[in-house]
Design a binder for this molecule. Structure first.
Ligand SMILES: NC(=O)c1ccc[n+]([C@@H]2O[C@H](COP(=O)([O-])OP(=O)(O)OC[C@H]3O[C@@H](n4cnc5c(N)ncnc54)[C@H](OP(=O)(O)O)[C@@H]3O)[C@@H](O)[C@H]2O)c1
Length: 309
């Protein structure tokens, strides 16, 4: 099968190669991948016991082609979107992938295509876990990096939950942020951005979600005393003024919420933004684009453009 692989441990750049398809264990599914969501983490989220050549990638959408004898919840022919990370046999940037049945797997609504479905699992899961960690909506929320893959969903989901949202991005994305439901858009490059947030909420916002790395310190500065800050990228910083500071928990179970998000997207109630759909052969430029941290929404690779739905 064709796969985008790291040829050996320590290799920097993945490359397109022909490799044997994975054999599935009794508790795994074999999925024929139709589209892959691209993230900055794809080339470095690698298990210590990876087998090489190692197909990278942690999310995709496709059709179940094989089902291990211990799996009862999924069936051949099911259309699924999923997160499958840190698996020794390899990841999702491949025509076929082995997926543990206990992975985050959601059915794709009948009216949704594979490209849209592939854009949702990681960004949706992360945005939902962050909002779950904040608890019920209680006032105002600042989201740093609101126009990226996670931010695009976090802004919309937060507004739907009842938060009043302010978000940051460069000024070319401010109309976009407002179209997602943000009341205030600020430019992280403007030295007075935090003053603008504090003009909006003079006591500080009740909560903040800091998506890109190193945005937690600035975000903490606009959170009110006793508020709550979630870092998506794992920034470590000390609490101050009674603010709860935490990294987004990995353990939150948002399987049902992700299923509902897929349904809301299929119904047109939540927007998925896909800046570019590229072919598998262009996977290198997809990785380069997400590495700039300026993609609007998601970049998706489509393996077989003729497969449609
Ligand atoms: N913990 C988890 O479970 C988990 C899961 C998935 C991802 N992640 C992490 O989340 C991050 C990826 O998130 P993503 O793909 O949504 O977005 P991203 O590419 O990291 O960020 C894009 C957003 O950040 C803005 N931005 C760019 N440079 C900035 C800067 N210097 N300061 C402030 N904002 C800036 C962009 O605005 P403009 O384009 O307008 O400039 C855009 O709104 C990665 O760090 C990844 O490791 C964590």
């Amino acid at each position: 099968m064709r796969a985008f692989v790291l040829p050996h441990a320590g290799a920097d750049l993945p490359q397109l190669a022909d490799v044997p398809p994975p054999a599935i264990a009794d508790d795994e599914l074999l999925v024929r991948v139709q589209a892959v969501g691209v993230g900055i983490h794809d080339s470095y989220f690698l298990p210590a016991n990876a087998t090489y050549p190692y197909p990278i990638g942690i999310e995709a959408a496709g059709i179940i082609e094989g089902v291990g004898p211990l799996v009862s919840a999924h069936h051949r022919g099911d259309r699924v979107a999923f997160v499958s990370s840190m698996q020794p046999k390899g990841g999702t940037w491949a025509e076929l992938v082995a997926v543990r049945a206990d992975s985050l797997i959601v059915a794709i609504p009948a009216t949704m295509g594979f490209v849209e479905a592939a854009a949702l699992p990681v960004a949706g899961n992360t945005a939902l876990r962050a909002l779950q960690a904040l608890g019920p909506a209680q006032g105002s929320l600042f989201i740093a990096g609101g126009s990226g893959a996670i931010g695009t969903l976090a802004v919309q989901l937060a507004v739907r939950q009842g938060w009043e949202v302010a978000a940051s991005a460069s000024d070319t994305n401010h109309d976009y942020l407002r179209s997602l439901g943000a009341e205030l858009a600020v430019d992280y490059r403007d030295p007075s951005w935090s003053a603008r947030v504090l003009e909006w909420m003079p006591a500080g916002v009740d909560a903040a979600i800091a998506v890109p790395p190193s945005t937690s310190t600035g975000s903490l500065g606009v959170v009110r005393d006793g508020g709550h800050l979630i870092s998506i990228s794992g920034d470590r910083l000390a609490s101050e003024r009674g603010v709860t500071v935490q990294v987004v928990p990995h353990t939150g179970d948002v399987r049902d919420e992700l299923g509902r998000l897929m349904a809301d997207v299929a119904a047109g109630a939540v927007r998925v933004e896909i800046e570019q759909v590229l072919s598998f052969e262009d996977a290198g430029s997809a990785l380069a684009k997400v590495s700039t941290r300026h993609a609007r929404g998601k970049i998706v690779l489509q393996l077989d453009p003729t497969s449609g739905h």
